[in-house]
Design a protein around this ligand. Structure first.
Ligand SMILES: NC(=O)c1ccc[n+]([C@@H]2O[C@H](COP(=O)([O-])OP(=O)(O)OC[C@H]3O[C@@H](n4cnc5c(N)ncnc54)[C@H](OP(=O)(O)O)[C@@H]3O)[C@@H](O)[C@H]2O)c1
Length: 287
């Protein structure tokens, strides 16, 4: 039986959907009854990474775990709690959701993920680590409201290119590994999307989908900082996002390779298809 943590989130939700499609026996872990009730599985566990007893209960009868936590400062502590609980309850394999840059970039989210990776490698448990690049879904999450309101989106990203990956591909890859982990023992996979695009190119692609102009505006980092603080984002999150962008601007997240297609056994999902599917999210609010 598989346990999929973070089932209410982007990555965990995608893994859960894919595992259910594969016909795997699955338990989905949520923090709240409300989210569990909305989820697609009939066998939810309610547990919290900060509550070790709840983790042991969620792991009863489980032999493989997909481990993901949101990008929050407690990520290291929480994921280590879960790894310890897995070890104590006899889980046989963990697929850990990490992030591009872990082990290379010593700040922001990648540095947090690296600490969990190192801990997991030292436990003696069987594992596979996934380091996805930025998700295509971030375009809707972070930029769609601004595009709807003003036909533009803003960031201190210059002409940096990033090979964004569709989180549904991450979900299918993780579910496939959970279904048969043997070929993936002790492997760490960096998951790049199928093409590297700049924000200006993303704006042009959205313009083409909508038939109306959309632009990307490169802004100074401090302007982005003030804007994020102004909408109430906490300081730690603003700093982590800006530091992550600093890593993107090195060009380190623009690679393209055949790893994702190889793991999927088919081509990775394309950015244009993602943008077409989500066209409604970018359409201007009626005046
Ligand atoms: N977004 C990207 O572009 C990207 C790219 C590469 C890697 N990543 C990494 O991928 C990870 C997941 O990202 P995501 O976009 O899927 O995040 P997300 O949508 O925020 O999902 C996070 C999940 O973690 C759960 N969670 C948080 N605190 C918890 C706790 N104390 N106990 C149990 N569950 C808890 C959340 O549950 P609730 O719904 O109850 O809060 C949610 O299901 C992050 O660590 C991020 O660094 C993200």
């Amino acid at each position: 039986m598989l346990l999929i943590t973070g089932a209410s989130g982007n990555a965990g939700g995608a893994v859960l959907d894919a595992a259910l499609r594969n016909g795997s026996p699955v338990r989905a872990m949520y923090r709240s009854e409300r989210d569990a009730g909305r989820g697609p599985t009939g066998d939810p566990a309610i547990a919290d990474f900060s509550d070790k007893a709840s983790l042991s209960r969620a792991l009863e009868g489980i032999d493989r775990v997909y481990l993901v936590c949101g990008p929050i400062p407690q990520l290291v502590e929480y994921e280590i709690n879960m790894i310890d609980a897995c070890k104590a309850t006899g889980v046989r394999h963990i697929v850990l959701n990490s992030a591009m840059g872990a082990g290379r970039f010593t700040k922001s989210f990648p540095s947090w993920h690296a600490r969990v990776e190192d801990y997991l490698r030292g436990t003696g448990l069987d594992y596979t680590i996934l380091r996805p690049n930025g998700f295509m879904q971030n375009i809707v999450t972070y930029d769609a409201a601004s595009i709807r309101a003003s036909g533009a989106f803003y960031a201190a990203m210059g002409d940096t290119r990033t090979s964004l990956i569709d989180v549904r591909d991450v979900g299918e890859i993780a579910a496939g590994i959970l279904g048969d982990p043997r070929p993936h023992l002790a492997k760490t996979y960096e998951l790049y999307g199928p093409e590297a695009v700049s924000n200006a190119e993303i704006a042009a692609r959205i313009s083409a989908v909508l038939g109306t102009p959309v632009s990307f505006v490169d802004i100074p980092e401090d302007a982005q900082r003030q804007s994020m603080l102004g909408i109430g984002m906490p300081e730690w999150q603003v700093t982590a996002i800006l530091e992550l962008q600093e890593y993107y601007r090195t060009g380190s997240c623009a690679a393209i390779d055949s790893v994702v297609a190889g793991l999927l056994g088919k081509p990775a999902r394309a950015l244009d298809a993602y943008l077409r599917e989500n066209a409604a999210a970018f359409r201007r609010d009626p005046a």
